[in-house]
Write a protein that binds this ligand. Structure first.
Ligand SMILES: NC(=O)c1ccc[n+]([C@@H]2O[C@H](COP(=O)([O-])OP(=O)(O)OC[C@H]3O[C@@H](n4cnc5c(N)ncnc54)[C@H](O)[C@@H]3O)[C@@H](O)[C@H]2O)c1
Length: 250
């Protein structure tokens, strides 16, 4: 599938899991993809997979979203290679599961920094060029945990993901008049290394309660992001899209 208009898409946390699937899908759609991850090896590998002939359609960027200077440098490299991103997918996130009573405050700050503050910094750095161009798409990865207060990934993770939903609406209002949409996607139990890492008993117990009867696939989340970043997605903004196999219906 090729789009009418190829865009420049920057995906954070593109090294594996959902981020890699989104990058793959957007690349298949004909977009040039800037693959940002703190794991430089992973994004270099993905760029070779996507663009084996080295035609210049995939750019690996080693950067930590916590480090604003490193993010600025990655954006400069993207602009020098193509131009400032038309599409931004804020996907990078991390957590250390633990009880709300036991989370160290440093750990709380670290998770909020990666999972929420990065959405603020990346959007503030990327949106002005989209606004000036009169076209842009921002998609933020939230979570069912941010809607329901899930405890599996930790209270810091859930609080950050709830914050992502509000920040999505704030930026959507700010940018709606300029052809820039901002939406959130809220998955649950998608088959990625992060979830598998929680252990087989946690995974099978989680899957038992999903009406669809299985975990989600990264490619299914990527398909939703492809729609939200497309031309046809232009009238959808400030929305949260549930993609959870029917676990949470509202
Ligand atoms: N997998 C799920 O079931 C699920 C459910 C709900 C929400 N989500 C959300 O979807 C997104 C992707 O999840 P996933 O399961 O693919 O995660 P994952 O852990 O498998 O992959 C995350 C990627 O982000 C990168 N990353 C982490 N911290 C970073 C940082 N500070 N700077 C740059 N890169 C960083 C990692 O290196 C990794 O490549 C996350 O926002 C997550 O919260 C996932």
């Amino acid at each position: 599938m090729t789009t009418a208009e190829p865009r420049v898409a920057l995906i954070t946390g593109a090294g594996r899991g959902i981020g890699a699937a989104i990058a793959t899908r957007l690349h298949e759609s004909g977009h040039r993809v800037a693959l940002l991850d703190r794991d430089g090896h992973a994004v270099t590998g993905l760029s070779h997979t996507l663009d084996p002939g080295g035609t210049g359609t995939a750019l690996p960027l080693r950067a930590d979203v916590d480090d604003t200077d490193a993010v600025r440098a990655a954006l400069r490299e993207t602009a020098a290679t193509w131009h400032a991103p038309d599409i931004l997918v804020n996907n990078a996130a991390r957590t250390t599961p633990g009880s709300v009573w036991d989370i160290e405050l440093d750990e709380w700050d670290a998770v909020l920094t990666t999972n929420l503050r990065s959405v603020l910094t990346l959007t503030r750095l990327c949106a002005p060029a989209m606004r000036d161009r009169g076209w842009g798409r921002v998609v933020n990865l939230s979570s069912l945990a941010g809607q329901q207060g899930g405890t599996l990934a930790g209270a810091h993770y859930s609080a950050a993901k709830a914050g992502v939903l509000v920040l999505t609406k704030v930026f959507a209002r700010e940018l709606a008049a300029y052809g820039v949409t901002v939406n959130a996607v809220a998955p649950a139990a998608v088959d990625t290394p992060a979830v598998v890492g929680l252990g087989p008993s946690v995974v099978s117990e989680a899957a038992r309660h999903i009406p669809v009867g299985r975990m989600g696939r990264p490619s299914e989340v990527a398909g939703l992001v492809a729609y939200l970043t497309s031309e046809e997605g232009g009238y959808v903004t400030g929305a949260t899209f549930d993609i959870n196999g029917g676990t949470h219906m509202r």
